[in-house]
Design a protein around this ligand. Structure first.
Ligand code: GLN
Length: 189
């Protein structure tokens, strides 16, 4: 099973290490060619403006849209959530607010309940995190902090405002790998 991790900027290495520890082949993706034959995809956290410029520079926008819309299980975290929103790649039907909790002061860790996730609350690390400001009807809100959505799902895409790769809890990455193994519901996002 090969999972691509967008590696233009941000903390892609932590995701790749975790995926490898879970038994997947993690491939750093920097070019359109590296998107071929992927079973799943991770868009890491980092800085969404830099990441978006990198996507434009490498002509990755079209191929990324195609891959995700064809039903490839995708996990997006923090800046990755922003990159998928209406103002950026337009894959998720959401508007996000960057640095929504405040810039530095509001980097925090909290326990959140994620709808449909067995095993109890998840430890979530927020670093200059966005939240979802508005979501369309096809978007399921899975968790909120202070009344603001911080985890959403739309078809094959799970997007969270926090950093699951920085904790010991591997449930979100396992969700990705399980989605790859599950019979494909090839619904476009
Ligand atoms: N604040 C960053 C941005 O707006 C996202 C932060 C993160 O990915 N941890 O791009």
């Amino acid at each position: 099973m090969t999972i691509g991790v967008l590696a233009l900027q941000g903390d892609f290495e932590a995701h790749a290490d975790l995926l490898a520890a879970l038994g997947a082949d993690a491939r750093a993706v920097r070019t359109p060619e590296e998107l071929s034959d992927l079973d799943g995809l991770v868009l890491p956290g980092g800085e969404s403006t830099t990441m978006t410029l990198g996507i434009e520079r490498e002509r990755l926008a079209g191929p990324l849209r195609e891959l995700i819309r064809s039903g490839t299980p995708t996990l997006a975290t923090c800046a990755g959530l922003i990159v998928l929103d209406r103002q950026h790649l337009g894959i998720l039907d959401v508007t996000t607010r960057r640095n929504a909790f405040g810039r530095q002061v509001r980097s925090f860790e909290t326990q959140i309940d994620l709808a449909g996730m067995p095993g109890g609350p998840l430890c979530a690390v927020f670093i200059r995190a966005p939240w979802v400001e508005e979501a369309g009807p096809g978007v399921e809100v899975l968790a909120e902090v202070d009344g603001h959505p911080v985890a959403v799902r739309q078809a094959n895409v799970l997007a969270v405002a926090f950093h699951p790769e920085l904790t010991e809890d591997t449930r979100l990455h396992r969700w990705l790998l399980d989605s790859v193994s599950a019979p494909r519901a090839r619904t476009a996002a």
